[in-house]
Design a protein around this ligand. Structure first.
Ligand SMILES: [Cu+2]
Length: 279
């Protein structure tokens, strides 16, 4: 009887209580013309490269089990926390957190190997269910991905010369079928775009056609409220952008650093996606 009372009390404080299981794995993937190692943090143990985010209502509490499928240890942290937690080889950790702000709660790898290889997962709180999209940004110098994965390389080369730039795991134009990221909306819609930079450098997104309003940013909060056509997304920052299109058409969005709009040195490719707005 006492247990039941406590359970009811807890439910009255927290809107919803859910559990979530995530799997961490480093593996090699073919991305466009290159083969590269990536670390993926995903709800799918099968490790699809394109890891969908998890949306929650405000004040949702989650219990999160994270299972390391790798035979090496990793470290993870929330991108708004200074300290992290160790995932031992083939081990697991359990976290709980309540999500009470409209923002991206990003779980990011913090050991050199998995961080450099993009291990990241976004829990996005407080967005309406309609018209929401997700862009996980990533860059890598692919000839160092294998030594990073097997931990024989423990630091960045100088200079770092990335040749791979992706959104949700794919470079342009391979991402043109990406239902998570390609925006399909209508004039007047409120379109919410969540961006998580899981890469190793700042990516400054530039929108053609529309200005966006910055609704939240964990690493760069002084930008919140700005309405811009370009803004930097710092490494491991999560940002929520809002656009309300005033005209129809197809408009590209790309990293304004045009080096990142290449694939293996060829233009155009890399970090570019599309806003398709119907009348
Ligand atoms: Cu442009």
């Amino acid at each position: 009887m006492r247990f039941r009372f406590l359970l009811l009390l807890q439910l009255s404080i927290v809107t919803q209580v859910f559990s979530l299981t995530l799997y961490m794995k480093t593996d090699s993937y073919q991305i466009g013309t290159v083969n590269t190692f990536r670390s993926v943090l995903s709800q799918q143990p099968s490790m699809e490269l394109q890891a969908a985010p998890f949306y929650v209502d405000l004040n949702t509490s989650l219990t999160i089990d994270i299972i390391n499928l790798d035979t090496i240890a990793h470290e993870l942290q929330w991108n708004d926390f200074a300290s992290g937690m160790v995932l031992s080889p083939l081990g697991s950790v359990t976290l709980t957190r309540t999500f009470d702000q409209q923002k991206v709660y990003a779980l990011v790898a913090s050991d050199f190997s998995a961080k450099t290889l993009g291990g990241s997962f976004a829990i996005i709180a407080g967005l309406p269910a309609a018209h929401r999209y997700y862009w996980n940004l990533y860059d890598l110098q692919t000839n160092i991905s294998a030594p990073i994965a097997n931990q024989s390389l423990q630091d960045f080369p100088n200079p770092y010369r990335p040749n791979l730039f992706t959104i949700n795991g794919y470079d342009y134009p391979l991402n043109m079928n990406d239902s998570l990221g390609i925006v399909n909306g209508q004039v007047g819609d409120s379109i919410y775009i969540t961006v998580l930079n899981a890469g190793n450098m700042t990516h400054t997104l530039h929108f053609h056609g529309f200005h966006f309003k910055i609704l939240s940013s964990t690493k760069n909060p002084f930008q919140v409220g700005w309405q811009k056509d370009s803004a930097p997304v710092l490494p491991q920052d999560g940002m929520i952008l809002l656009i309300v299109p005033d005209k129809a058409g197809s408009y590209p969005v790309h990293d304004h650093n045009l080096t990142a709009v290449t694939t293996a040195g060829g233009y155009s490719g890399g970090m570019m996606t599309m806003l398709n707005i119907a009348p």
